[in-house]
Write a protein that binds this ligand. Structure first.
Ligand SMILES: Cc1cc2nc3c(=O)[nH]c(=O)nc-3n(C[C@H](O)[C@H](O)[C@H](O)COP(=O)(O)O)c2cc1C
Length: 188
């Protein structure tokens, strides 16, 4: 029997300055790759070429938060996706969230995409503040805003979210209503 090529593509991409958010995206991609039924492929590109999003059936897009905003590469990708045809879109942010409302502008705008039906969910994960990796300017800023150094990422929470996404993607609408494609018919 000839193995069928994967017919659906999930893109997992993220913007990161010091690597902590990339590691979350790597973990999400790995868990999703293991969880998703046959017929799906998971790709984990960087955000330099946004055309990679054109062929995606589903996207998980994330960013570290700096100065209350998503990083430029992720914000560009988000804007690009706003013009794309509707598909399954999940968003995530990392960073110990500031309690200053105005500093959370981008998180709020990501949430408004969820409200508008463009994204399914926006998840906020704890981030990693490793002061040994920071520039002098960054260390000064972090001190000024009283951010708490350390690794605040919760890998169980990351895995749980990946399982949740995989579950949603495993069910596709069929002609007779809902169809589960997690069976053995398709070949990865
Ligand atoms: C200079 C600086 C500014 C930051 N600003 C914010 C912020 O406004 N809100 C927030 O929740 N986290 C903020 N953080 C925390 C980062 O989002 C967090 O450390 C994140 O996990 C870093 O991800 P990365 O390792 O992928 O770059 C800031 C960190 C630094 C160093």
């Amino acid at each position: 029997m000839t193995a069928l090529a994967p017919s659906r593509t999930l893109v997992v991409a993220a913007a990161s300055r010091h690597g902590g958010t990339c590691e979350i995206a790597d973990r999400l991609a790995w868990t999703l790759e293991n969880d998703l039924p046959l017929g799906w492929r998971v790709i984990r590109p960087d955000l330099t070429d946004l055309q990679v999003l054109d062929d995606a059936d589903a996207v998980v897009l994330g960013s570290a938060i700096y100065y209350g905003r998503w990083m430029r590469a992720a914000a560009r990708a988000l804007a690009y996706l706003k013009d794309a045809p509707l598909f399954d879109l999940w968003l995530f942010s990392t960073g110990p969230v500031s309690d200053v409302e105005s500093e959370n502008a981008q998180i709020i705008s990501a949430d408004s995409m969820v409200e508008a039906g463009q994204a399914i969910e926006h998840k906020v994960f704890g981030g990693r503040l490793d002061t040994s990796r920071l520039s002098w300017v960054e260390r000064t800023v972090v001190k000024a805003v009283h951010a708490i150094p350390g690794d605040h990422r919760d890998w169980d929470e990351v895995d749980e979210w990946a399982h949740h996404i995989a579950q949603k993607l495993s069910v596709v609408p069929g002609t007779d209503g809902t169809t589960d494609i997690s069976g053995q018919d398709a070949v990865r």
